[in-house]
Design a binder for this molecule. Structure first.
Ligand code: ARG
Length: 453
């Protein structure tokens, strides 16, 4: 059943019809489509374009359709209808008769689909927000628990300086905090209502665009009707936000995979988030973390796809834009499930504190602090750097750490060293004395206070 058969003399080629149809994927917009139609109809009646009786008939017809779809009594038939808009309109006409034919007065599917997608994205942003906040809560709990769990910090994946697990996790907390604020920006910018833009040039009916915008929770109507129906910037922004979330989850996954390896043994992923091997009985693999990392490419792909789809389109609506949906839906679904699983995996992760602390001690992570000791005792930093470099070389030859080198050896190279060098380069000092804002020592103090972050 088509909305546009009038000027045609031949049936659409079957394959062309299927190729053109979008119901198989835009059916998930049914709620937003009905919500938008209800606001449109209320406004049409208020403006005297429809009678109150027509409005009431349409509203109750739409409410019935919504209820039936939701309880599974009405299933969008993909062989008969082109898209969710024609499916709902045809159903409405079948239910209430002639009044249903007036629903589309002063509207086009172009402004309708633009509205539906904005409403959908708004709903999904609030779902994404709450999953991100669950993840941040889990991180916050772990940070409080591990305020003084020592571990090595790395640069170039080489041990660099000691830090705490809370400090390391806190870096991810900051990334997700920025992700939240990016989603809020996207929401704020998209929150202008395209309804009333019509096909591209508005309409001659006296529509009250402010009223529909307000009824649907928008900050106001969009300013240019051509832009309203051809703008997909907000989807590209969303896909970019989602790509960044995935990039953060992917880096975090990569670290958990490393930490969970036999070589590191910093953590053990719970059985609930691991899988086995069909051949090697001993294996417990971090598949969930690997898949989160893997699915990052898929989300990036959707961003590139939509950017590419949009780049050559003349104004205003073009059917190419129907290609915005599957990628956006899939990206949202992917990020939602990745956030949920990742949070579950994180909450059940076991941290091997002793292994982490031991790893933080060896590898000369206290070399900077040894140099700083000399600086505090009057040696210029560049000289101190050279002296500690020589001591590190000596320790490597002896197969020991700076903590185990006898004071006499220290003094042979530089007489400034005294007994208090050992305290100055202890793991505890190295971490706790790092009190600059944002450093691990300062974080210990901050985490002791409520609220922590
Ligand atoms: N299914 C279409 C889409 O997703 C709806 C808009 C159709 N508009 C049109 N002029 N054919 O873009």
């Amino acid at each position: 059943m088509k909305l546009w058969g009038g000027r045609f003399t031949k049936e659409t080629d079957q394959l062309a019809y299927a190729f053109n149809a979008s119901l198989s994927f835009d059916k998930r917009l049914y709620r937003q489509d009905i919500t938008g139609s209800m606001a449109h109809v209320n406004m049409l009646a208020k403006q005297g374009i429809l009678t109150d009786a027509e409005r009431d008939a349409i509203l109750s017809g739409l409410a019935g359709i919504l209820e039936d779809i939701e309880k599974g009594a009405l299933v969008p038939d993909e062989t008969q209808y082109e898209d969710i808009h024609s499916f709902i309109e045809s159903n409405l006409i079948a239910r209430i008769g002639d009044a249903g034919k007036k629903l589309h007065t002063g509207r086009s599917r172009n402004d309708q689909v633009a509205l539906d997608m904005k409403l959908y994205v708004r709903d999904e942003i609030s779902e994404l927000n709450s999953r991100l906040m669950d993840l941040m809560d889990a991180l916050n709990d772990l940070m409080k628990e591990h305020a003084e769990t020592y571990m090595p910090g790395f640069t170039h994946l080489q041990k660099a300086q000691p830090t705490t697990l809370a400090h390391h996790l806190g870096a991810y907390y900051e990334m997700f905090r920025r992700d939240l604020s990016r989603l809020a920006d996207t929401h704020n910018r998209l929150n202008e209502c395209p309804l009333g833009a019509g096909a591209l040039a508005g309409t001659t009916y006296p529509l009250d665009r402010n009223a529909t915008a307000e009824a649907l929770g928008f900050d106001g109507p969009t300013a240019n009707s051509m832009d309203s129906v051809s703008d997909r910037d907000y989807l590209i922004e969303l896909l970019s936000d989602l790509s960044l979330i995935m990039m953060h989850l992917s880096r975090f996954s990569e670290e958990i995979i490393l930490w969970n390896s036999n070589e590191y043994q910093f953590v053990e992923i719970d059985d609930g988030y691991s899988t086995g091997s069909s051949i090697m009985p001993q294996k417990k693999n971090p598949d969930i973390a690997e898949l989160v990392r893997g699915k990052t490419g898929r989300v990036y792909g959707h961003l590139m796809a939509l950017l590419t789809t949009m780049k050559g389109l003349p104004l205003a609506y073009n059917k190419d834009m129907q290609e915005d949906k599957e990628g956006a839906f899939d990206a949202i679904d992917t990020v939602l499930v990745c956030l949920t699983l990742f949070t579950g995996m994180l909450k059940t992760l076991r941290f091997h504190k002793e292994t982490m602390a031991k790893s933080a001690v060896n590898g000369f992570t206290n070399a900077t602090d040894a140099a700083d000791y000399l600086v505090k005792n009057g040696v210029p930093f560049r000289d101190a750097h050279g002296i500690i470099g020589q001591l590190v070389l000596l320790c490597i030859e002896k197969g020991i750490g700076l903590d185990d080198l006898p004071l006499s050896e220290y003094q042979k190279i530089c007489p400034v060293f005294q007994e208090d060098i050992y305290e100055a380069i202890s793991l505890k000092t190295c971490v706790e004395k790092r009190m600059t804002l944002g450093a691990p020592g300062e974080l210990i103090e901050r985490l002791a206070k409520e609220p922590a972050i």
